[in-house]
Design a protein around this ligand. Structure first.
Ligand code: THU
Length: 160
């Protein structure tokens, strides 16, 4: 037996203004996308913005449903919108922002486990890492190099 370690490295920025111009712009699209979220039940609006390889930006937001499990997270709305419209375009980065009317989100809101798995599928498919940048409404921003770094011991098609 031996101990192994799968540590995650991330960059922590004090706020959105510390990001590069490209990342800040992408995050602004994510923030803007929160405004069109359909979140009447949780009042928790999430926006996601994908920077594609041709520098176009595709956004998504969470879409809730009176039958709660039928709703969908912003990240999956965005990645499925991208993959269904442009199946051969690679994704360079995803920015995620969240705002709640219940409280001020002053720490980074990471993608949920199901979204990490869904995003990971496309990272593997395209053979190129996708940077992930996420924040709450205000305050710190986290940036990682890949989806894989958010998903240790991940499952992919190589097991099938
Ligand atoms: N939500 C997202 O859109 N992305 C996440 O990664 C976490 C949660 C949404 C789902 C639901 O509409 C609301 O936030 C509260 O869970």
């Amino acid at each position: 037996m031996k101990k192994i370690s799968l540590g995650t490295n991330a960059l922590l920025f004090e706020d959105i203004n510390q990001l590069s111009d490209v990342d800040k712009n992408l995050m602004k699209f994510a923030v803007k996308a929160t405004k069109d979220a359909y979140a009447p039940y949780s009042k928790f609006s999430v926006g996601a913005a994908l920077l594609m390889e041709d520098d176009t930006i595709i956004t998504g937001n969470n879409q809730e449903n009176a039958a709660y499990p039928s709703g969908m997270c912003a990240e999956r709305v965005a990645i499925w919108k991208a993959s269904s419209s442009f199946p051969n375009k690679k994704v360079k980065k995803i920015a995620i922002a969240a705002i709640s009317s219940n409280k001020k989100l002053d720490r980074p809101v990471g993608p949920c486990g199901a979204c990490r798995q869904s995003l990971f599928e496309y990272e593997v498919k395209q053979g190129k890492d996708v940077e992930v940048i996420f924040m709450g409404e205000v305050g710190n921003v986290i940036k990682t190099n890949s989806i894989a770094s958010l998903l240790p011991f991940s499952f992919d098609s190589s097991y099938l």
